[in-house]
Design a protein around this ligand. Sequence first.
Ligand SMILES: [Mg+2]
Length: 165
Amino acid sequence: MEKLSLYIDFDGVILDTITPSYNDIKKLGKELTEEETCEFYKNYPWENIIIDDNIINNSIDSIKEVIASNKFNVSILTHVNSLKEAVIKIKYIRKYFKDVTIIPCPKQISKTKMIHTAGSILIDDYTKNLREWQKECGIGIKFSKVFKENDFPVITDIKQIINMF
Ligand SMILES: [Mg+2]
């Protein structure tokens, strides 16, 4: 059987970078405009939060199981605000995976514009990304740290994908 293309989001799926970075925004004590938020993330010290402590629900081991199932061609597809952020994420992923494909996608560009979406699976915690994906004939799977109903099928552990296909 031909392997399915599986794209896995990074922030909020592999590592929880969202909680610590939001907390740092809160510490600023003011509402940020969209532009300020963009600048904040461009200059953010990602090396402080792209760490094992922020692994979500055993994600690294789960991805290893997904690869071992031999059902999928696995890639990591992650939005980045800067090249520095891309470098830190790539180095982190390479610690665990020697040859998984890593695709950093500029924040301003839809993930659907980076690759061939038709028939491909995307695991993402951001429903807007899944909607765009589906519109381009891809298969969207919602990741949630704890189970919550969604228009898309929901998983709380990446390895649950193995038995869905
Ligand atoms: Mg995400």
